[in-house]
Design a protein around this ligand. Structure first.
Ligand SMILES: [Zn+2]
Length: 180
């Protein structure tokens, strides 16, 4: 972490800037949101939905998507649902998502350029059944959000009383469209 962030942290704590943010760990809005790690959404998403600390569980990964039934994101969502009384689950993709442009060949070249040997890459990818999907982009975020919503709705461990919907957020304005 950059030193200026550590220094700011001391300032934050010494001046009790945390005080207005104190909240319960049980989400007040009984909502969990799966969204993208895009830095433009860090504060925009909460602001655009009127969420403050304590309102919702927000789980972020590359794309805000679930790739398969065993995706570790499912673990986070199930913990949220079972341990924190979540009743509403929202998958929120966003426009201009960088993940859409991923290409496996480019990522493999970058890994090799960064010192990972072809043998290590081959060994790893042969053991990881989802590896091909990790770095594959997509055409439309709407379709990807729908796939994740369907996967979650049909997941064998998903309690049926959880409401699951998919949305796309406009990255500049925060405008939300319901897609499924
Ligand atoms: Zn994204």
């Amino acid at each position: 972490m950059q030193e200026n962030m550590i220094m700011y942290n001391r300032f934050f704590v010494e001046n009790e800037l945390y005080a207005p943010r104190l909240a319960s760990k049980k989400p007040a809005k009984k909502t969990a949101i799966l969204t993208c790690m895009d830095t433009r959404l860090t504060n925009l998403l909460s602001a655009a939905l009127g969420l403050k600390d304590g309102d919702a569980k927000i789980i972020r990964n590359a794309g805000g998507l679930v790739l398969n039934e065993y995706d570790t994101t499912i673990r986070s969502l199930l913990v949220a649902i079972l341990q924190f009384d979540i009743k509403y689950l929202a998958v929120i993709g966003h426009t201009d998502c960088g993940v859409s442009k991923l290409a496996p060949a480019n990522i493999q070249k970058e890994l090799i350029d960064r010192g990972i040997s072809q043998k290590v890459l081959d060994d790893f990818s042969s053991k990881c059944s989802a590896f091909a999907d990790w770095f594959t982009g997509f055409n439309t975020i709407e379709e990807e959000v729908k796939k994740s919503v369907r996967l979650l709705r049909n997941h064998p461990l998903m309690p049926k009383d959880v409401s699951i919907h998919g949305y796309v957020m406009e990255t500049e304005t925060g405008a939300l469209s319901h897609v499924l």
